[in-house]
Design a protein around this ligand. Structure first.
Ligand code: DON
Length: 313
């Protein structure tokens, strides 16, 4: 009789991590945020947690890293909880772009000039301006508290070196934000909105914490370990749909074909993904492919998904 899946994962994962790790030498760590260029290029780690709280991990899972674009999934959810669907989709669209994550190409091409979706940089900056709070400090504080709640770690915090490094060099995001302000997409001061955005991108996390957050999404907003509803089901559905169509940027189509799971990557090399109703998964692999996704991380997820037939499609 074949072993239960979790036991097979446990037995095979260390070997698959080492095989996928070979890919690291074909990629590069992000350097446009200077602080990220210090990331260990050869690292790869993964953590899976199931509905009963049983977890398996392999590789460099002690490494912590900044959430970067992974945080956009949760600021979207918080903005939906704060404002409702109608107000959010008045300011951002629902369509993939096929362009790079930091592209502003389409902002001028279509009317109204709102970002195509909430997971590209322009869209996530628009979402930052929709987070409720009387000032940027309160808005950022609410985002951090939300991440702490979902990751079940009250100690989660910003990496201020990465935050400052991004804020000091973000000419492209800054120009995009001013453009959005002119288009009437952003509320409040542009620099205040950007501050909320840079802060949530700089939240430092581990694979285990990402996996815990993913587990809540895998259970439609309920933490299966406590039974508590943390996010309304409809907003999880919206977030998972964006993860599927736009979560891996302009490699989302390829990822849907090769892996077939909702996922979100960040330029630090993190990926959050999930198997609906079953697993939350967090991984780190700072060496990135040309589209900005973890090169070894994507390879590892391809192996796992194909081996266990996890694709939703
Ligand atoms: O705004 C930026 O460029 C970064 N803080 C986040 C970008 C990112 O993670 C894109 N991911 N693939």
């Amino acid at each position: 009789m074949s072993l239960p899946e979790m036991e097979r994962i446990e037995a095979l994962l260390p070997q698959w991590v080492e095989e996928s790790r070979q890919q690291c030498s074909y990629g590069k760590v992000a350097s446009y945020i200077p602080e990220l260029s210090k990331s260990p290029i050869g690292a790869l780690g993964i953590h899976l947690i199931n509905s009963k709280g049983y977890s398996v991990s392999a590789g460099d899972t002690k490494l912590s890293f900044t959430m970067q674009s992974i945080s956009k999934v949760f600021t979207l959810i918080l903005a939906l909880m704060d404002n409702g669907e109608e107000a959010v989709f008045d300011k951002v669209g629902m369509e993939p772009t096929g362009d790079n994550f930091n592209s502003m190409l389409k902002l001028e091409l279509v009317q109204p000039g709102i970002p195509f979706n909430p997971l590209i940089n322009a869209g996530a900056i628009a979402i930052s301006s929709l987070i409720a709070g009387k000032d940027p400090k309160e808005k950022s504080g609410r985002v951090l508290e939300f991440m702490r709640l979902l990751s079940n770690n009250q100690a989660l915090d910003y990496d201020l070196d990465v935050y400052r490094s991004e804020s000091a060099t973000a000419n492209l995001n800054r120009s995009m934000a001013y453009f959005l302000k002119d288009n009437g997409v952003l509320q409040g001061e542009v620099e205040d909105v950007l501050d909320v955005y840079f802060r949530h991108c700089s939240i430092r996390i581990t694979c285990a914490e990402l996996a815990q957050m993913a587990l809540v999404l895998a259970h439609n907003g309920i933490n299966p370990l406590t039974g508590e509803e943390l996010i309304p089901r409809r907003y999880v559905q919206i977030a998972k749909t964006f993860m599927t169509t736009c979560g891996m940027y302009n490699a989302s189509g390829e990822f849907a074909i090769q892996v077939g799971l909702p996922a979100k990557s960040g330029v630090s090399g993190g990926i959050l993904t999930l198997v609906p109703g079953r697993y939350g998964i967090g991984l780190i692999g700072p060496s990135l492919n040309r589209k900005g996704n973890s090169i070894a991380g994507v390879a590892l997820l391809e192996t796992l998904s194909q081996e266990f037939d996890w694709s939703l499609f």
